[in-house]
Design a protein around this ligand. Structure first.
Ligand SMILES: Nc1ncnc2c1ncn2[C@@H]1O[C@H](COP(=O)(O)OP(=O)(O)OP(=O)(O)O)[C@@H](O)[C@H]1O
Length: 731
């Protein structure tokens, strides 16, 4: 449809999304889509939306798309492709060049260009840009900017029309241009799998495009991209390496999917993988395939751990005396295991402490800190944890002023930081919640830590392993080369807390749990009933203890009425109902409201991934909406509407996300529907988040089945074996 841009209604500058009014003579515009009241003109006015729409009336637009109906906005045109039609007149070209679409061209500049080149102006800019220097008063820098901007515009249009059959938005298309610039079209045609390097273009998307372009199913490029994709998928499941045959089989399945006869043979895959290994893009370590970076991390981390475990500790002096003084000062008598833990930390360079909730880990840390201060007269101690919440709890529990997130201690505060910028030189480093640390972060930590630092790693090995690849804490324990103390006596009012007793039972795979006020199970017959009961319990508990002390923890994020997403929307609409458009914000189909409880999902600008906050106000500034969020530590932060991708609602969280946090009361749905997800360490992690009360809702047999599923160590990693081997080699 040919139309002209009339008025911008909304724009999201971060992704180029725009809603606007357009005018046309095209009578195919549905009657309900025509705007009549405010735009009485001979033209037909309608609303359209899309990405990177040229916001100028200096040219005409040829738009392709579909009419879409929404309850809120009525019928609008969803623009999928948009071509600029520059009128073939000097005035038309001046209008186009000075419309703002081409950076650095004012009307005066545009006229200078048309004065010189007339109707050939656009052709000159495109094909003979150097000739622009014939125009007096145009600096080289300005010419460069004009040419760059012009070719970006043009290339983008080409990319978009090339990709139009594949449902790729303009926004995504512009990411291709940002990555490959003027080479974009060449890449799309010649080496389409290079697109996998662009954010938002996974192998599956690219494969569809590439196979249609010209790529043969058994093209090496395709096999290589598929192997890389599958390696990344394995890593996303927590594996550090993949056995060679498993990778070959997975490639065979993926590459032949959708073909009636074998399109890629096992031999072709084998040969392509051999080539990948020869070229150094994959590593074959005795039949185990790694991404080179993963291999390097595993080897270097293992070396670093073995070196530290063999290094003689500093001469501390009278550890026993300091230990006695610390106990006297704190008026506490540590158990034998606790004393052993303290001694271990001063007799070794690297030590591990593991224990479940209430087993006295924090108490031991306090004494370790006391002993260190006593022996050195110094406070050169770094406390760190993988999440902001865990760091905060660590500081509170030990009575230290600060504890950092590992990211901030290592200078990895921005998402783009791939390399750690800070080295850690403290005399004593204690890391809590170590089970959450993946191989990437552990590798960075040990690479950037002074070799003389005394390191104490604390965690609960029975909790879920890290989200990222590896099973670092468990592997360290299993290496049997790093000194460890397991704390297993529960101190916290033993016998009274069923949570702690049941945690112990679950840890051991026992299903005969104790039920009572602090550990409830509510049977429900269906998922709908479970949701109803979650709502009822949540409101009761919030009334009793307040919003921030009650947390719903669900195994699954999406799909189903008891998924995190569904529970969040349901609870929010009751607890914090709609109060008007001006108090709401939208981001990518999600809706946020003033007073909503939210969670931050990314480390940035002093706010840590996992921090909980509340939207305190919603305001508009310069036509843009903002949310002012107050985080639970008092930090306030404003987010523009288009930056809300970093937060989500937090009435319910996934169990994975809750690691490192604690709440007074947790409510957990357990249904056979999640059978494949319900594992012993998942249930253990969920219930140990509660300090005072656990309410499980659903089917008891699902809980029992989950407790019996113990696959916590099924992650491909050779860290333990490597540490053992290096230590053995050095002894
Ligand atoms: N040796 C001890 N004698 C008496 N009480 C102790 C001893 N050690 C710890 N406690 C008490 O037991 C409770 C739990 O201890 P602590 O907080 O150190 O455990 P934790 O393992 O850090 O627990 P969590 O992981 O749940 O935070 C505390 O109230 C603490 O004072």
């Amino acid at each position: 449809m040919i139309c002209t841009f009339a008025k911008k209604l909304f724009e999201n500058p971060s992704n180029g999304y725009c809603v606007a009014l357009f005018q046309t003579d095209d009578s195919s515009v549905p009657e309900e889509a025509r705007k009549k009241d405010k735009w009485p003109s001979s033209k037909i006015t309608f609303t359209g939306f899309g990405y990177k729409i040229p916001a100028t009336d200096a040219i005409q637009l040829d738009i392709i798309g579909k009419w879409k109906k929404s309850q809120k906005y009525g019928i609008q045109f969803a623009i999928e492709q948009c071509a600029e039609i520059v009128p073939p007149t000097v005035e038309g070209i001046v209008g186009y060049l000075s419309s703002g679409l081409i950076r650095g061209v004012s009307e005066i500049t545009a006229r200078k260009i048309t004065d010189k080149f007339g109707l050939r102006a656009l052709e000159i800019i495109e094909k003979e840009p150097k000739r622009l220097s014939e125009i007096r008063g145009l600096s080289d820098k300005k010419i460069e900017r004009i040419v760059e901007s012009f070719s970006r515009n043009k290339e983008l249009r080409n990319i978009v029309s090339f990709l139009s059959p594949y449902d790729i938005s303009l926004n995504k298309a512009s990411k291709i241009y940002d990555k490959f610039g003027v080479k974009s079209m060449e890449i799309l045609n010649e080496t389409p799998y290079d697109l996998c390097a662009v954010k938002g273009f996974g192998f599956l998307t690219v494969d569809k495009i590439a196979l249609k372009v010209k790529c043969k199913p058994n093209d090496k490029m395709r096999i290589r991209a598929c192997a890389d994709y599958l390696m990344t998928e394995f890593e996303a499941k927590g594996h550090v390496y993949v056995p060679q045959q498993e990778l070959r089989d997975a490639c065979f399945g993926q590459l032949n999917q959708g073909f009636k006869i074998t399109a890629v043979t096992a031999d072709e895959i084998r040969n392509a993988l051999i080539e990948e290994i020869r070229a150094g893009r994959l590593v074959n370590n005795n039949g185990l395939i790694y991404h080179p970076m993963m291999f390097q991390r595993e080897v270097e981390l293992a070396k670093s751990l073995s070196d530290r475990s063999l290094l003689s500790p500093p001469e501390w002096g009278d550890v026993e005396g300091a230990l006695d003084r610390a106990q006297a000062k704190r008026e506490i008598t540590l158990s034998d295991a606790q004393c052993e833990a303290v001694r271990m930390c001063f007799h070794n360079n690297l030590s591990l402490i593991t224990g479940g909730p209430g087993t006295g880990k924090t108490t031991v840390l306090k004494v370790i800190i006391d002993v260190y201060r006593d022996l050195t007269g110094s406070d050169d101690i770094l406390l760190a944890a993988p999440t902001g919440k865990a760091a905060k709890r660590m500081a509170e529990g030990t009575g230290m002023l600060t504890a950092k997130t590992l990211h901030s201690a290592l200078g990895l505060t921005k998402e783009e930081d791939k390399e750690a910028h800070c080295s850690i030189k403290s005399g004593l480093v204690i890391v809590d919640e170590m089970s959450m640390v993946d191989i990437r972060l552990a590798h960075r930590l040990f690479r950037n830590m002074d070799s003389k630092t005394t390191v104490v790693l604390v965690g609960d090995v029975d909790q879920l392993p890290s989200i990222g690849p590896g099973n670092v804490f468990r592997d360290m324990l299993q290496s049997e080369c790093i000194p460890v103390v397991r704390l297993d006596t529960v101190f916290r009012q033993s016998g009274v807390s069923r949570i702690v007793l049941n945690a112990e039972k679950i840890r051991n795979g026992t299903t005969g749990l104790f039920y009572g006020n602090d550990f409830n199970f509510i049977d429900t017959a269906s998922e709908e009933e479970t949701l109803e009961m979650i709502k009822r319990c949540y409101f009761d508990e919030v009334k009793k203890s307040g919003l921030e002390h009650v947390q719903i923890l669900a195994p699954r994020r999406e799909m189903g009425e008891t998924s995190v997403l569904h529970i969040n929307n349901t609870i929010r609409d009751i607890i914090n109902p709609y109060v008007g458009e001006k108090n709401e914000l939208y981001y990518d189909g999600r809706r946020f409201r003033i007073h909503d409880k939210i969670i931050q999902n990314k480390n940035m600008d002093g706010i840590s991934n996992g921090d909980i906050g509340v939207i305190e106000s919603v305001f508009t500034n310069d036509d843009e909406k903002f949310a002012a969020i107050r985080f639970s530590d008092g930090t306030e932060k404003c987010y523009a509407e288009d930056a809300l991708g970093v937060i989500s609602l937090a009435y319910a969280l996934t169990i994975h996300k809750s690691q490192g946090s604690e709440y007074s009361t947790v409510i957990i749905p357990v249904l056979m529907r999640y059978y494949h997800m319900l594992k012993r360490n998942l249930i253990y992690t969920a219930i140990t988040r509660a300090k005072k009360k656990v309410i499980l809702i659903g089917e008891k047999r699902a809980l029992m089945a989950g407790i019996h599923q113990n696959d916590s160590s099924k992650r491909n990693s050779l860290l333990a074996e490597r540490v053992k081997q290096y230590v053995g080699d050095k002894k």
